[in-house]
Design a protein around this ligand. Structure first.
Ligand code: NAD
Ligand code: IMJ
Length: 253
């Protein structure tokens, strides 16, 4: 859940999972994204088994209920779910967070945090024993990042949700984790003021002196989604070429 185009982090994970032999299912939230998701699904089908593609706007309980029903009808069980979804009003990803509207706050929290609970609630019957759930988060949940604003609050709540879900589902052998990725140039980063400077700063200062790639995230995702991660749950794993370890560093040091 969360492929928009071939820049999407979810697409990077899909490509790696496909390569590792996973049988995938894609979802899309609306008609404008559907075309691109179907084209990408065909890319991975490669003349072989087609990848099923289903609608699912996570803001609508009805669409999650229907998704569960169609998956059941089509005989699909889920060994893993990737939730790579976030949204806030663009005008609230700038200026001061105190200017956030109530509607804008609720929207960001609904799409970016509550949706993980809803996915677990409605797709629970489809999960196999030892299923693994993965969501994506960002350092703006624990540190103040200019302009991230209401998304930072939503990601903090999302990371707490990961821990509560991990505790609830753990006894059934189902794991829930998050990857906290470094900044990556995707649709969700487009038009963010100063994003280019953010990337430059990361590249210049991160311990590995390079940007985080979709492939970096996909590698960690395969670990958490597969039996390699069998003992890991409730974790927020940093995949950011080391940037999160840095404290204040005066220029030139
Ligand atoms: P992206 O724009 O490719 O993905 C965001 C996805 O959310 C899109 O596919 C969009 O269709 C989907 N979406 C939005 N509203 C939805 C709804 N109501 N129902 C279903 N889907 C909906 O960008 P991305 O960078 O790949 O983002 C994926 C995740 O990674 C997000 O949670 C984002 O916060 C997180 N993340 C991104 C970065 C980054 O720098 N790009 C860094 C850390 C974490
Ligand atoms: C987003 C906003 C401000 C600063 C940001 C970001 N930085 C990074 C991001 C520094 C890395 C990307 N990110 C981690 C996100 O989670 C993005 C979420 C997002 C992006 C948009 C842009 C277009 C839009 N709404 C959005 N909602 C959420 O209209």
């Amino acid at each position: 859940m969360g492929i928009a185009n071939d820049w999407s982090i979810a697409w990077g994970i899909a490509e790696a999972a496909h390569k590792a032999g996973a049988k995938l299912i894609f979802t899309y939230p609306n008609a404008s994204v559907e075309k691109r998701v179907r084209a990408l699904a065909e890319k991975l089908a490669d003349g072989g088994t087609p990848i099923p593609v289903y609608p699912c706007d996570v803001q609508a309980d009805s669409q999650l209920i229907t998704l569960n029903s169609v998956l059941e009808a089509d005989g699909h069980q889920l060994d893993f779910i990737v939730h790579a979804i976030a949204f806030a009003n663009k005008d609230e990803l700038k200026g001061g967070i105190s200017q956030t509207s109530r509607e804008g706050f609720n929207l960001a929290m609904d799409v970016s945090c509550y949706s993980l609970l809803a996915v677990m609630k409605y797709l629970k019957p489809r999960l196999t024993q030892s299923a693994s759930i993965l969501t994506l988060t960002y350092e703006g949940s624990i540190k103040v990042v200019p302009n991230y604003n209401v998304m930072g609050v939503a990601k903090a709540a999302l990371e707490a949700a990961v821990r509560y879900l991990a505790a609830e589902f753990g006894p059934q052998g189902i794991r829930v984790n998050a990857i906290s990725a470094g900044p990556i140039n995707t649709l969700a980063a487009r038009g963010i003021s100063d994003f280019t400077n953010m990337l430059k700063h990361h590249e210049a200062t991160a311990p590995m002196r390079r940007l985080t790639t979709k492939e970096d995230v996909a590698g960690a995702a395969l670990y958490l989604l597969s039996s390699l991660g069998s003992g890991t749950t409730g974790e927020v794993l940093n995949v950011d070429t080391g940037a999160h370890i840095l404290g204040p560093t005066p220029a030139g040091m």
